[in-house]
Ligand binder design. Structure first.
Ligand SMILES: Nc1ncnc2c1ncn2[C@@H]1O[C@H](COP(=O)(O)OP(=O)(O)OP(=O)(O)O)[C@@H](O)[C@H]1O
Length: 302
């Protein structure tokens, strides 16, 4: 479990994280969603003890990172995949990490296989593609078999195969009962990976919700097709809906699919299509974070 309490981090005059509080629970993938500069990486670095909070705290299993005796066994993170020394082989890199943490060679080979680097393990990391480096970063994160895992924008720079692999891995790690926190600036990515999302903007928590609720919250209208659109439009309007008609197509707001279907049935009007439409997830995200995007051009959208 991860607990972030009233976390604030300032860099000089920039407040990267501003009184942020949330809890990340085990057994599901929690998305950490926000536009660039929202403070996601800073928060993750604070959880990993790489950044000292200005105030507040970030705890892993109830303790600050610095107070954890065997950190590799409690929490793993993929923060910056390019941080590996290029002259080393993947095996040497992990073996060195393992030995300094009392982990055996068998485990090194096991994680290399799990991330699909078994056959490339003896090659120098300098010659690795970005995707292979990401895999090596994941191998290092899971080396100590930790119950808590953090991934900072893990799909960045990956090809479609790599993206699918990392999504499935995160879901598998959560299904094993681990706590998985993954950051992204893309709602569409979160929709495919996360069960639960924390939405942040300018260092603050904007929303915390299940992915399903977030999608439901942004239901927009219902598309209705009928061979008697005018009769149906009249009935819907009388029932309080806002209706726009184009030929045999009605766009209905204010009533849900069941209410529209029942009303059509009650009026003996045939219905050929009833489709609920949501605001796209990206639209929902923009709506949630629009106020908090730092880099918006002066005067735009006002
Ligand atoms: N070491 C640092 N020194 C100064 N400012 C920093 C530092 N690290 C982050 N910041 C600033 O803090 C804010 C939050 O950055 P952070 O990297 O945490 O955001 P993010 O949500 O992870 O975004 P991104 O996806 O772009 O990395 C930004 O304004 C950033 O410029």
């Amino acid at each position: 479990m991860i607990e972030v309490r009233e976390l604030t981090k300032r860099y000089g005059r920039v407040t990267a994280v501003d009184g942020l509080s949330f809890t990340v629970r085990p057994g599901r993938v929690t998305g950490f969603l926000g536009p660039n500069g929202a403070g996601k990486s800073t928060t993750m670095r604070a959880i990993m003890g790489l950044d000292l909070p200005t105030s507040g705290e970030a705890l892993v299993n109830g303790r600050r990172y610095q107070a954890i005796e065997r950190p590799l066994h409690e929490v793993g993170a993929l923060l910056d995949a390019s941080a590996v020394h290029g002259g080393r082989t993947a095996f040497d890199h992990l073996d060195w990490l393992a030995r300094s943490n009392g982990i055996g060679r068998a485990r090194v080979l096991e994680v290399l296989d799990r991330v699909g680097l078994g056959s490339a393990a003896r090659r120098r990391v300098g010659g690795y593609s970005l995707g292979m480096r990401q895999r090596l970063g994941v191998a290092a994160a899971i080396l100590g078999d930790p119950a808590v895992l953090l991934f900072d924008e893990p799909v960045n720079g990956l090809d479609p195969e790599g993206i699918r692999w990392i999504r499935e891995l995160m879901r598998a790690l959560a299904a094993e009962g681990r706590t998985v926190l993954v950051s992204s600036h893309l709602m569409s990515e979160m929709a495919l990976t996360a069960d639960h999302v924390l939405v942040v903007g300018r260092g603050r928590l904007i929303a915390e919700t299940s992915m399903a609720d977030l999608s439901a919250q942004f239901k927009r209208d219902v598309l209705v097709r009928s061979p008697r659109p005018t009769a149906l439009a009249a009935a819907l309007t009388t029932a309080g809906a806002a209706v726009a008609q184009m030929a045999d197509e009605l766009v209905v707001a204010g009533l849900d699919v069941a209410e529209i279907g029942d009303l059509a049935f009650a009026h003996g009007v045939p219905v050929h299509e009833l489709t609920p439409r949501s605001a796209s997830l990206e639209e929902a995200f923009l709506q949630l974070t629009g106020e908090t995007v730092d880099y918006r051009a002066e005067g735009a959208n006002r």
